[in-house]
Design a protein around this ligand. Structure first.
Ligand SMILES: *Cc1c(COP(=O)(O)O)cnc(C)c1O
Length: 346
Protein backbone atom coordinates (compact mmCIF):
# COMPACT_ATOMS: atom_id res chain seq x y z
CA UNK A 1 0.00 0.00 0.00
CA UNK A 2 1.29 3.45 -0.88
CA UNK A 3 1.70 5.67 2.16
CA UNK A 4 -0.78 8.47 2.66
CA UNK A 5 0.55 11.72 1.18
CA UNK A 6 1.06 14.91 3.18
CA UNK A 7 -1.76 17.40 2.94
CA UNK A 8 -0.08 20.01 0.68
CA UNK A 9 -1.45 22.17 -2.13
CA UNK A 10 0.55 20.10 -4.65
CA UNK A 11 -0.54 22.07 -7.72
CA UNK A 12 0.68 25.41 -6.35
CA UNK A 13 4.11 24.65 -4.92
CA UNK A 14 6.91 27.08 -5.73
CA UNK A 15 10.60 26.19 -6.12
CA UNK A 16 11.34 26.66 -2.44
CA UNK A 17 12.87 24.66 0.44
CA UNK A 18 10.69 23.06 3.03
CA UNK A 19 12.19 20.49 5.41
CA UNK A 20 10.69 16.99 5.12
CA UNK A 21 10.82 14.14 7.65
CA UNK A 22 14.33 12.86 6.96
CA UNK A 23 17.67 13.87 5.54
CA UNK A 24 20.48 11.43 4.79
CA UNK A 25 23.79 12.13 6.56
CA UNK A 26 27.19 10.48 6.26
CA UNK A 27 30.49 11.78 7.69
CA UNK A 28 34.05 11.27 6.50
CA UNK A 29 36.88 11.13 9.03
CA UNK A 30 40.27 9.40 9.39
CA UNK A 31 40.24 8.54 5.71
CA UNK A 32 36.90 6.69 5.59
CA UNK A 33 33.18 7.25 5.18
CA UNK A 34 31.08 6.11 8.13
CA UNK A 35 27.97 3.92 7.64
CA UNK A 36 25.57 6.89 7.23
CA UNK A 37 21.78 6.91 7.51
CA UNK A 38 18.61 8.94 7.85
CA UNK A 39 18.35 11.80 10.34
CA UNK A 40 15.46 13.99 11.50
CA UNK A 41 17.87 16.86 12.18
CA UNK A 42 17.74 19.54 9.48
CA UNK A 43 20.40 21.93 10.74
CA UNK A 44 24.20 21.59 10.79
CA UNK A 45 26.51 22.91 13.52
CA UNK A 46 30.16 23.33 12.59
CA UNK A 47 33.37 24.97 13.74
CA UNK A 48 33.68 28.56 12.55
CA UNK A 49 36.91 27.40 10.93
CA UNK A 50 35.36 24.55 8.91
CA UNK A 51 36.75 24.30 5.37
CA UNK A 52 33.37 25.12 3.85
CA UNK A 53 33.41 28.58 5.48
CA UNK A 54 37.00 29.44 4.63
CA UNK A 55 37.80 28.03 1.21
CA UNK A 56 34.39 27.04 -0.17
CA UNK A 57 34.87 23.29 -0.48
CA UNK A 58 31.29 22.46 -1.43
CA UNK A 59 29.77 20.41 -4.24
CA UNK A 60 26.21 19.42 -4.95
CA UNK A 61 23.82 17.56 -7.22
CA UNK A 62 20.20 18.09 -8.24
CA UNK A 63 17.75 15.30 -9.03
CA UNK A 64 14.06 14.63 -8.70
CA UNK A 65 11.74 11.81 -7.67
CA UNK A 66 8.16 11.58 -8.85
CA UNK A 67 5.11 9.38 -8.72
CA UNK A 68 4.11 7.43 -11.82
CA UNK A 69 0.54 6.73 -12.86
CA UNK A 70 0.57 3.29 -11.19
CA UNK A 71 1.69 4.88 -7.89
CA UNK A 72 5.36 3.88 -8.05
CA UNK A 73 8.04 6.35 -7.02
CA UNK A 74 11.00 6.59 -9.39
CA UNK A 75 14.21 8.54 -9.99
CA UNK A 76 16.04 9.11 -13.27
CA UNK A 77 19.61 7.84 -13.86
CA UNK A 78 20.91 8.35 -10.29
CA UNK A 79 24.12 6.51 -11.27
CA UNK A 80 25.08 9.48 -13.45
CA UNK A 81 24.57 11.94 -10.59
CA UNK A 82 26.72 9.64 -8.42
CA UNK A 83 29.48 9.65 -11.01
CA UNK A 84 29.30 13.40 -11.66
CA UNK A 85 29.46 14.13 -7.95
CA UNK A 86 32.55 11.93 -7.63
CA UNK A 87 34.12 13.89 -10.52
CA UNK A 88 33.23 17.16 -8.77
CA UNK A 89 34.77 15.85 -5.53
CA UNK A 90 38.08 14.95 -7.18
CA UNK A 91 38.36 18.42 -8.73
CA UNK A 92 37.74 20.03 -5.32
CA UNK A 93 40.19 17.71 -3.47
CA UNK A 94 37.29 16.16 -1.55
CA UNK A 95 36.87 12.40 -1.00
CA UNK A 96 34.52 11.00 -3.67
CA UNK A 97 31.38 9.56 -2.10
CA UNK A 98 31.23 5.91 -3.27
CA UNK A 99 28.88 5.75 -6.27
CA UNK A 100 26.92 2.67 -5.09
CA UNK A 101 26.51 4.22 -1.67
CA UNK A 102 25.21 7.41 -3.32
CA UNK A 103 22.47 5.55 -5.19
CA UNK A 104 21.58 3.63 -2.04
CA UNK A 105 21.42 6.89 -0.05
CA UNK A 106 19.06 8.42 -2.63
CA UNK A 107 16.81 5.35 -2.35
CA UNK A 108 16.81 5.53 1.46
CA UNK A 109 15.99 9.21 1.67
CA UNK A 110 13.26 9.12 -0.98
CA UNK A 111 11.65 6.00 0.51
CA UNK A 112 11.79 7.56 3.99
CA UNK A 113 10.02 10.68 2.70
CA UNK A 114 7.48 8.83 0.55
CA UNK A 115 4.60 10.90 1.90
CA UNK A 116 6.28 14.05 0.54
CA UNK A 117 6.58 12.84 -3.04
CA UNK A 118 3.97 14.79 -5.03
CA UNK A 119 1.18 12.67 -6.53
CA UNK A 120 1.06 11.76 -10.22
CA UNK A 121 -0.35 14.49 -12.43
CA UNK A 122 0.25 17.36 -9.97
CA UNK A 123 3.13 18.81 -12.04
CA UNK A 124 5.20 18.89 -8.83
CA UNK A 125 8.18 16.68 -7.97
CA UNK A 126 10.32 15.84 -4.98
CA UNK A 127 13.57 17.72 -5.51
CA UNK A 128 16.61 15.83 -4.22
CA UNK A 129 19.68 17.81 -3.22
CA UNK A 130 22.79 15.75 -2.44
CA UNK A 131 25.73 17.88 -1.33
CA UNK A 132 29.08 17.62 0.39
CA UNK A 133 30.89 20.14 2.59
CA UNK A 134 34.28 20.35 4.26
CA UNK A 135 33.58 20.13 8.00
CA UNK A 136 37.15 19.85 9.34
CA UNK A 137 39.13 22.90 10.45
CA UNK A 138 41.61 24.47 8.04
CA UNK A 139 43.73 27.55 8.42
CA UNK A 140 46.57 27.43 5.94
CA UNK A 141 45.14 27.27 2.44
CA UNK A 142 44.46 23.60 1.88
CA UNK A 143 41.89 20.84 1.80
CA UNK A 144 40.02 19.77 4.92
CA UNK A 145 40.43 16.28 6.40
CA UNK A 146 36.76 15.88 7.41
CA UNK A 147 33.62 16.06 5.29
CA UNK A 148 29.89 15.59 5.47
CA UNK A 149 27.82 14.15 2.62
CA UNK A 150 24.16 14.96 3.01
CA UNK A 151 20.92 14.72 1.04
CA UNK A 152 17.81 16.71 1.73
CA UNK A 153 14.59 16.47 -0.22
CA UNK A 154 11.80 19.00 -0.69
CA UNK A 155 8.61 19.05 -2.77
CA UNK A 156 8.71 21.70 -5.52
CA UNK A 157 6.68 23.14 -8.36
CA UNK A 158 8.17 24.15 -11.74
CA UNK A 159 11.65 25.73 -11.78
CA UNK A 160 11.11 28.73 -14.03
CA UNK A 161 8.41 31.10 -12.80
CA UNK A 162 7.03 31.19 -16.33
CA UNK A 163 6.20 27.48 -15.86
CA UNK A 164 6.12 25.61 -19.15
CA UNK A 165 5.95 28.90 -21.10
CA UNK A 166 8.75 29.98 -23.43
CA UNK A 167 11.56 32.00 -21.78
CA UNK A 168 13.65 35.02 -22.75
CA UNK A 169 17.45 35.07 -22.36
CA UNK A 170 20.05 37.81 -22.43
CA UNK A 171 23.83 37.77 -22.88
CA UNK A 172 25.60 39.33 -19.89
CA UNK A 173 28.84 41.27 -19.79
CA UNK A 174 29.97 38.78 -17.12
CA UNK A 175 31.51 35.32 -17.47
CA UNK A 176 30.33 32.11 -15.81
CA UNK A 177 33.38 29.88 -15.90
CA UNK A 178 37.07 30.37 -16.53
CA UNK A 179 38.71 28.36 -19.32
CA UNK A 180 39.88 25.08 -17.73
CA UNK A 181 38.32 26.30 -14.49
CA UNK A 182 35.47 24.66 -12.56
CA UNK A 183 32.57 25.21 -14.98
CA UNK A 184 32.36 21.49 -15.67
CA UNK A 185 31.62 20.53 -12.05
CA UNK A 186 28.71 21.31 -9.74
CA UNK A 187 30.58 23.28 -7.07
CA UNK A 188 28.77 26.00 -5.11
CA UNK A 189 31.50 28.49 -5.93
CA UNK A 190 30.35 28.59 -9.57
CA UNK A 191 26.90 29.73 -8.52
CA UNK A 192 27.75 32.32 -5.84
CA UNK A 193 29.54 34.42 -8.41
CA UNK A 194 26.68 34.11 -10.91
CA UNK A 195 24.13 35.65 -8.54
CA UNK A 196 24.93 39.22 -9.48
CA UNK A 197 24.59 38.78 -13.26
CA UNK A 198 21.46 36.66 -12.65
CA UNK A 199 19.92 39.45 -10.58
CA UNK A 200 20.65 41.87 -13.40
CA UNK A 201 19.04 39.53 -15.94
CA UNK A 202 15.92 39.27 -13.80
CA UNK A 203 15.77 43.04 -13.38
CA UNK A 204 15.90 43.32 -17.14
CA UNK A 205 12.94 40.96 -17.49
CA UNK A 206 14.92 37.87 -18.55
CA UNK A 207 14.68 34.36 -17.11
CA UNK A 208 18.39 33.65 -17.38
CA UNK A 209 21.76 34.69 -18.82
CA UNK A 210 23.24 32.92 -21.82
CA UNK A 211 27.00 32.85 -21.20
CA UNK A 212 29.62 32.88 -23.92
CA UNK A 213 33.04 31.24 -23.56
CA UNK A 214 35.17 33.53 -21.44
CA UNK A 215 38.39 33.09 -23.42
CA UNK A 216 37.15 34.45 -26.74
CA UNK A 217 33.52 35.45 -26.06
CA UNK A 218 32.74 33.81 -29.40
CA UNK A 219 31.09 30.50 -28.53
CA UNK A 220 27.84 29.75 -26.76
CA UNK A 221 28.30 27.88 -23.48
CA UNK A 222 25.18 27.63 -21.33
CA UNK A 223 22.95 29.54 -18.91
CA UNK A 224 23.64 29.87 -15.19
CA UNK A 225 21.81 26.65 -14.37
CA UNK A 226 21.03 24.82 -17.60
CA UNK A 227 22.71 23.61 -20.78
CA UNK A 228 21.32 24.87 -24.07
CA UNK A 229 20.43 23.03 -27.28
CA UNK A 230 19.63 24.30 -30.74
CA UNK A 231 17.74 22.85 -33.67
CA UNK A 232 18.97 23.80 -37.12
CA UNK A 233 16.71 24.57 -40.06
CA UNK A 234 16.89 20.99 -41.28
CA UNK A 235 15.52 19.70 -37.98
CA UNK A 236 18.86 18.41 -36.62
CA UNK A 237 19.92 18.83 -33.02
CA UNK A 238 22.98 21.04 -32.46
CA UNK A 239 24.71 20.60 -29.11
CA UNK A 240 27.27 23.22 -28.02
CA UNK A 241 30.58 21.77 -26.81
CA UNK A 242 33.35 23.75 -25.14
CA UNK A 243 36.99 23.76 -26.20
CA UNK A 244 37.87 24.96 -22.68
CA UNK A 245 35.80 22.31 -20.87
CA UNK A 246 33.64 24.88 -19.15
CA UNK A 247 30.13 23.51 -19.79
CA UNK A 248 28.49 21.47 -17.03
CA UNK A 249 27.79 17.91 -18.31
CA UNK A 250 24.00 17.91 -17.98
CA UNK A 251 22.44 14.48 -17.55
CA UNK A 252 19.22 15.70 -19.18
CA UNK A 253 21.18 16.94 -22.21
CA UNK A 254 23.13 13.68 -22.55
CA UNK A 255 19.85 11.75 -22.30
CA UNK A 256 18.19 13.91 -24.97
CA UNK A 257 21.15 13.32 -27.29
CA UNK A 258 20.90 9.54 -26.84
CA UNK A 259 17.16 9.76 -27.36
CA UNK A 260 17.54 11.86 -30.52
CA UNK A 261 19.95 9.27 -31.94
CA UNK A 262 17.46 6.54 -31.01
CA UNK A 263 14.66 8.43 -32.79
CA UNK A 264 16.77 9.03 -35.90
CA UNK A 265 17.10 12.80 -35.36
CA UNK A 266 20.52 13.97 -36.64
CA UNK A 267 22.80 15.19 -33.83
CA UNK A 268 25.81 17.44 -34.21
CA UNK A 269 27.99 18.08 -31.14
CA UNK A 270 30.31 21.00 -31.91
CA UNK A 271 31.33 24.47 -30.80
CA UNK A 272 28.49 26.88 -31.68
CA UNK A 273 29.47 30.45 -32.48
CA UNK A 274 27.17 33.11 -31.09
CA UNK A 275 27.21 34.87 -34.45
CA UNK A 276 25.47 31.82 -35.97
CA UNK A 277 22.72 32.32 -33.41
CA UNK A 278 22.53 36.05 -34.14
CA UNK A 279 22.40 35.34 -37.89
CA UNK A 280 19.21 33.37 -37.31
CA UNK A 281 20.66 30.00 -38.31
CA UNK A 282 18.59 28.09 -35.75
CA UNK A 283 14.90 27.30 -35.71
CA UNK A 284 14.61 26.29 -32.06
CA UNK A 285 16.48 26.76 -28.81
CA UNK A 286 15.93 25.21 -25.40
CA UNK A 287 17.33 25.39 -21.87
CA UNK A 288 18.04 21.88 -20.60
CA UNK A 289 18.18 20.57 -17.04
CA UNK A 290 16.61 18.26 -14.49
CA UNK A 291 14.24 20.83 -13.06
CA UNK A 292 12.45 21.92 -16.23
CA UNK A 293 13.64 19.18 -18.68
CA UNK A 294 13.37 21.65 -21.61
CA UNK A 295 12.35 25.29 -21.32
CA UNK A 296 11.74 26.62 -24.78
CA UNK A 297 13.59 29.84 -25.59
CA UNK A 298 11.47 32.33 -27.47
CA UNK A 299 13.99 35.16 -27.64
CA UNK A 300 17.60 36.16 -26.96
CA UNK A 301 18.19 39.89 -26.50
CA UNK A 302 21.40 41.78 -25.80
CA UNK A 303 23.07 44.97 -26.95
CA UNK A 304 22.61 44.96 -30.71
CA UNK A 305 21.15 41.45 -30.59
CA UNK A 306 17.52 40.47 -31.05
CA UNK A 307 17.07 36.82 -31.98
CA UNK A 308 13.77 35.04 -32.14
CA UNK A 309 13.19 31.38 -32.87
CA UNK A 310 10.45 31.33 -35.47
CA UNK A 311 9.40 27.70 -34.92
CA UNK A 312 9.17 28.20 -31.19
CA UNK A 313 5.69 29.26 -30.10
CA UNK A 314 4.57 29.28 -26.47
CA UNK A 315 4.67 25.49 -26.51
CA UNK A 316 8.08 25.27 -28.18
CA UNK A 317 9.14 24.08 -31.60
CA UNK A 318 8.38 20.63 -33.04
CA UNK A 319 11.78 18.96 -32.63
CA UNK A 320 12.46 19.94 -29.03
CA UNK A 321 8.84 19.29 -28.14
CA UNK A 322 9.08 15.81 -29.62
CA UNK A 323 12.26 15.13 -27.66
CA UNK A 324 10.79 16.53 -24.48
CA UNK A 325 7.65 14.40 -24.82
CA UNK A 326 9.75 11.31 -25.51
CA UNK A 327 11.96 11.92 -22.46
CA UNK A 328 9.05 12.76 -20.16
CA UNK A 329 7.22 9.67 -21.49
CA UNK A 330 10.13 7.50 -20.35
CA UNK A 331 10.60 9.39 -17.08
CA UNK A 332 6.96 9.04 -16.10
CA UNK A 333 6.83 5.37 -17.23
CA UNK A 334 4.04 6.22 -19.66
CA UNK A 335 6.28 4.80 -22.41
CA UNK A 336 8.70 1.86 -22.34
CA UNK A 337 12.25 2.63 -21.18
CA UNK A 338 14.55 0.86 -23.68
CA UNK A 339 17.63 2.33 -21.96
CA UNK A 340 17.02 1.20 -18.37
CA UNK A 341 17.19 4.82 -17.15
CA UNK A 342 14.33 4.83 -14.66
CA UNK A 343 15.04 3.41 -11.19
CA UNK A 344 12.08 2.37 -9.11
CA UNK A 345 12.28 3.17 -5.40
CA UNK A 346 8.86 2.24 -4.07
C1 LIG B 1 22.87 21.28 -12.95
C2 LIG B 1 23.23 22.09 -14.12
C3 LIG B 1 22.79 21.77 -15.41
C4 LIG B 1 21.79 20.67 -15.68
O1 LIG B 1 22.24 19.39 -15.40
P1 LIG B 1 21.22 18.19 -15.26
O2 LIG B 1 22.07 17.05 -14.88
O3 LIG B 1 20.55 17.98 -16.56
O4 LIG B 1 20.24 18.59 -14.21
C5 LIG B 1 23.26 22.52 -16.47
N1 LIG B 1 24.09 23.57 -16.29
C6 LIG B 1 24.50 23.94 -15.06
C7 LIG B 1 25.42 25.09 -14.93
C8 LIG B 1 24.08 23.21 -13.94
O5 LIG B 1 24.48 23.58 -12.73
Amino acid sequence: MAKEKKNLDWGNLSFKYQPCDYSYVCNYKDGTWEEGGLSTEHTITLSEDAGIYQYCQEIFEGMKAYTTEDGSIVVFRPDLNAKRMADSARRMVMPPFPEDKFVDAVKQVVAGNEAWVPPFGSGATLYIRPFMIATGEVLGLGASDQYQFRIFVTPVGPYFKAGAKAVKLTVPAYDRAAPMGTGNIKAGLNYGMSLYPTLQAHEGGYSENLYLDSRSRTYVEETGGTNVLFVDKKGGLVVPVSATDSILPSITRRSLVELAQHLGIPVEERPVRFDEVVAGDFAECGCIGTAAVISHVAKIEAEGVDVTFPDCGEEGGPVLRRLRDALVGIQTCKDPDPFGWVVKIV
